[in-house]
Write a protein that binds this ligand. Structure first.
Ligand code: SF4
Ligand code: SF4
Length: 168
């Protein structure tokens, strides 16, 4: 062991048996821990931690939560499969297959619309790029826990009903 850089004599001090088992340091540490424990038990209001999931942090209106696809009045997606969102996405996590819409006034619709939430960086560029306000990140849902990777790959049906689905 090298004592280079330490004050002269440091490292040579002979420790007593009690010092060598760090008795007082352990006792002092326990005292600090117990002090916090007692203070927190009798003053839960002042605790900086939250009782999640019973308590949840309130985020501002501009907070970007999980995506949703907007619907027309008939419940079909507003999306016209223009691919603007998937083109601008820096994480390359949106994939869309467009198809011809049965209504001649609407050119296309997304036959499939998939977002890989594990790759998404929640930058919001997709909603900014959309020319018809068909994708939003205003669900306020930020809890995305699942027990498999596949469950993070969300499809059109999921995105159309995202606001009602809660956590996944
Ligand atoms: S929020 Fe950003 S990273 Fe996520 S899907 Fe939209 S553009 Fe892609
Ligand atoms: S969500 Fe908007 S930008 Fe993306 S394909 Fe649909 S219409 Fe185009």
């Amino acid at each position: 062991m090298s004592f280079e850089g330490l004050p002269k004599g440091a490292g040579n001090k002979k420790l007593s048996w009690r010092d060598s088992i760090y008795f007082w340091e352990i006792l002092r540490g326990m005292g600090v821990t117990m002090g916090h424990l007692v203070r927190n038990i009798f003053n839960t209001e002042a605790m900086p931690t939250m009782q999640y999931p019973e308590e949840k942090r309130v985020y501002g209106d501009r907070f970007r939560g999980r995506h949703r696809l907007m619907k027309r009045e008939d419940g079909s997606p507003k999306c016209v499969a223009c691919q603007m969102c998937s083109t601008v996405c820096p994480a390359d996590c949106i994939s869309i297959d467009g198809a011809e819409h049965p209504d001649p006034k609407i050119e296309k619709y997304p036959e499939t619309f998939v977002i890989d939430l594990l790759r998404c960086v929640y930058c919001g560029l997709c909603e900014e790029a959309c020319p018809c306000d068909a994708i939003r990140m205003d669900t306020g849902i930020y809890e995305i826990a699942a027990d498999s990777r596949e469950k993070f790959i969300v499809d059109k049906d999921f995105l159309l009903n995202n606001k009602d689905q809660g956590t996944r």
